[in-house]
Design a protein around this ligand. Structure first.
Ligand SMILES: C[S@@+](CC[C@H](N)C(=O)[O-])C[C@H]1O[C@@H](n2cnc3c(N)ncnc32)[C@H](O)[C@@H]1O
Length: 222
């Protein structure tokens, strides 16, 4: 049976509620609640939640605006756009949010408007293109499966080789390419599914580099 997808913007406006992001009260996002009916949608609605890696990057930018001020920033795998919104709030000169999920792209546009920040939303799969002309790529929680981790590692490796700085936010998921990452900072964050009343978990911000090119080449070929 073919499912007819609802209009993404209308669906989000009708079924999600704007509110402060978990542990990021500076940022307002459309968020899911038990009545949102996300099971009506095809695919996993990553965009309806803030993930630990993105939360750590957003906290990093808000606490250290000098890391993004005046820079052209690509938020790769933007989901709700939380990382890009934090970068814009911290003074980035330009923010591009790249997302392959059309519902995420609608959510990013709505969330940018909620926070009164300017964000360009990119529909093309940026990982299939040559490195964009940006200063910094911020990749929040994009290593959550083996295939995606290998793909993102190869793409980020090519961007690093082209001279782009890269920050990764991640709570330590299994497929994280640790050999390419240098820890920079750690933040208490609440991951998707963690109860608001319990203690928060931790997630790190890493600098991505290619200290062991052979490792990253192996990831590319695997
Ligand atoms: C776990 S979510 C993280 C979202 C957000 N960065 C955060 O931390 O809250 C990962 C996102 O990466 C997106 N994604 C996967 N492959 C992608 C690609 N090739 N280009 C852009 N986005 C991609 C998925 O659609 C998903 O929304």
């Amino acid at each position: 049976m073919t499912r007819t997808l609802p209009d993404a913007t209308a669906f989000i406006r009708a079924n999600l509620r704007p509110g402060p992001a978990p542990m990021l009260p500076e940022i307002t996002l459309y968020q899911a609640h038990p009545g949102s009916g996300l099971s009506r949608l095809a695919g996993v609605p990553y965009w309806a939640y803030v993930w630990a890696g993105g939360a750590a990057l957003a906290r990093h930018f808000l606490q250290n605006p000098g890391t993004v001020r005046g820079l052209r920033v690509l938020d790769l795998g933007a989901g709700s756009g939380v990382v890009g919104i934090a970068a814009a709030q911290a003074g980035a000169a330009q923010v591009i949010c790249a997302e392959t999920d059309p519902f995420a792209r609608a959510a990013i546009a709505l969330n940018a408007a909620l926070n009164s920040v300017q964000i360009e939303v990119m529909a093309a799969d940026v990982t299939a293109l040559p490195p964009l002309d940006v200063d910094l790529i911020a990749a929040g929680d994009v290593f959550y499966s083996a295939d995606l981790a290998a793909h993102m590692t190869a793409y980020l490796g090519s961007c690093h080789a082209a001279g782009v700085s890269i920050l990764v936010g991640d709570p330590g998921r299994a497929f994280l390419p640790r050999h390419c990452l240098q820890p920079m900072a750690e933040y208490p964050v609440r991951d998707f599914g963690e109860a608001a009343g319990g203690p928060p978990g931790q997630a790190r911000v890493f600098a991505f580099a290619l200290p062991e090119t052979k490792f990253c080449n192996a990831m590319r070929l695997s």
